[in-house]
Design a protein. Structure first.
Length: 147
């Protein structure tokens, strides 16, 4: 996939939740340019063009990063912190989409500059509706600045 045209980066380790997210976005034609990454270390390499992605420097400019917090290898808060510290990525919109209702996770996410924090609904229909609304907002309604 051409990285310049990637619109959604989904960082989610739960295959079932990733599949539901992708299916909900596809239903509304919002997942045509989506990349799914299932662990924190791979996400870091992808976002910062290191490791197996070292040839991708400067190519990525997503409309939204959907970030789970509880990830293997590197957790979502560490990824968010790095995104906001790096000049190349600090403007990327990041929505935390997680099962964590812990006040410390919410507080730390906003402290680090998250654009939105959404707790994943447990109910299937509520989950798919939430993902669809997130996708519609960030892909169609939000007007990002030109970088």
């Amino acid at each position: 996939m051409d990285l310049v045209n990637i619109e959604i980066v989904l960082i989610e380790d739960n295959p079932h939740e990733a599949e539901l997210t992708i299916r909900s976005l596809k239903k509304h034609n919002l997942a045509n340019r989506l990349v799914h990454i299932d662990d924190g270390q791979d996400a870091m390499e992808f976002l910062f063009s290191t490791g197996k992605y070292e040839n991708n420097i400067g190519m990525l400019n997503p409309k939204i990063i959907l970030l789970d917090l509880k990830l293997p290898k590197v957790n979502g808060l560490e990824i968010l912190k790095k995104i906001r510290e790096d000049e190349r990525t600090k403007h990327f919109p990041v929505v935390v989409l997680t099962s964590s209702k812990e006040e410390s996770d919410v507080f730390e996410s906003y402290k680090l500059g998250v654009n939105s924090y959404i707790v994943k609904p447990v109910n299937f229909e509520s989950f798919t509706n939430a993902v669809t609304e997130i996708g519609l907002y960030w892909m169609l309604l939000n007007e990002p600045p030109a970088f």
